[in-house]
Design a protein around this ligand. Structure first.
Ligand code: BG6
Length: 279
């Protein structure tokens, strides 16, 4: 079958690492360091542009979650343009851009009518993956949005997961009528469906995946932790019934408060993920 534009991918490589980015959603689907995969990608993910890719790093913009617009906005449903690409043995990067197009307009018309330009820069260096999500307000009015990196990480065993860096933070529990609670644990563990937004997070947030120590650094202040667990996994057509055991979403973002950008100004959401191999 002929490849459609949504199936187009760019691969960037250094001598240490490799990253695959689908142009549909400017979606990182794989990041391998010394040959070992860091990202979770569902075996049932649709990779033909018919729906957002289940796994990797879906880009959430300009709306996090359900709302007036489609769930998580249009960025992960639109095909982006590869602007530039550069690589050497030590460092590789690719820049994608998105401006209003048929897909973004269809999803946002009458709800979020802004003239915008977004650049998404992916950089590999040694054992780090840096992403920069840069929103330019090219409109004449103030722009408001929420955004997030919906990062899916591959785990050997979710039962052994311990996420550090969230102790003392307030979280909104999406499964308990959005009530707020304080995280008292040193390590967040997962043994059921979890859907929480941790607020006022001081990154890094880190965990062991069973293969790597993963450390997430970001300039945002929210962090969603999500695992669908047994029943929800069964209800998702693009996610295997047993795959909840081998993934977790730890999602840096600006999603509890609108980001406001004046005309002519920009906003940048940054994230650097560093992995260290476990012996
Ligand atoms: C998380 C949300 O970020 O994304 C969850 O907190 C949601 O509520 C999950 O279920 C997956 O969303 P989607 O649209 O990719 O199925």
């Amino acid at each position: 079958m002929a490849e459609n534009s949504a199936q187009r991918r760019t691969v960037i490589k250094t001598k240490h690492a490799q990253c695959t980015i689908y142009h549909y959603g400017a979606h990182i689907s794989s990041w391998k360091v010394s040959g070992k995969e860091v990202m979770f990608l569902s075996k049932d993910a649709k990779l033909d542009g018919s729906r957002p890719i289940r796994g990797g790093v879906p880009l959430v913009f300009p709306q996090f979650g359900p709302g007036e617009m489609k769930q998580h906005g249009f960025a992960r449903r639109a095909t982006w343009t590869l602007k530039s690409q550069d690589s050497s043995e030590e460092k590789a990067s690719a820049t994608f851009s998105l401006a209003p197009n048929e897909v973004t307009k269809e999803i946002s018309q009458g709800i979020w009518d802004f003239d915008f330009g977004v650049d998404f820069v992916v950089t590999l260096e040694l054992n780090t993956l840096r992403t920069q999500f840069i929103v330019n307000n090219v409109d004449t009015k103030e722009m408001k949005f929420t955004c997030l990196y919906h990062t899916y990480f591959k785990l050997k065993d979710v039962g052994k997961l311990q996420i550090a860096g969230l102790k003392g933070n307030t979280y909104i529990d999406g499964l308990l009528e959005k009530k707020e609670f304080k995280e008292e644990r040193n390590f967040v563990t997962i043994s059921e469906n979890v859907d929480r937004i941790y607020k006022d997070v001081k990154y890094p947030v880190s965990f062991h995946s069973g293969v790597h120590i993963v450390s997430i650094d970001s300039n945002v202040s929210d962090c969603v932790v999500w695992n669908p667990w047994i029943e929800k996994a069964k209800g998702m057509s693009d996610f295997g019934d047993e795959e909840y055991k081998n993934m977790v979403c730890v999602e840096p973002g600006a999603c509890t408060k609108d980001v406001c950008v004046a005309p002519g100004e920009s906003y940048e959401m940054d994230c650097t993920i560093t992995v260290t191999s476990l012996k």
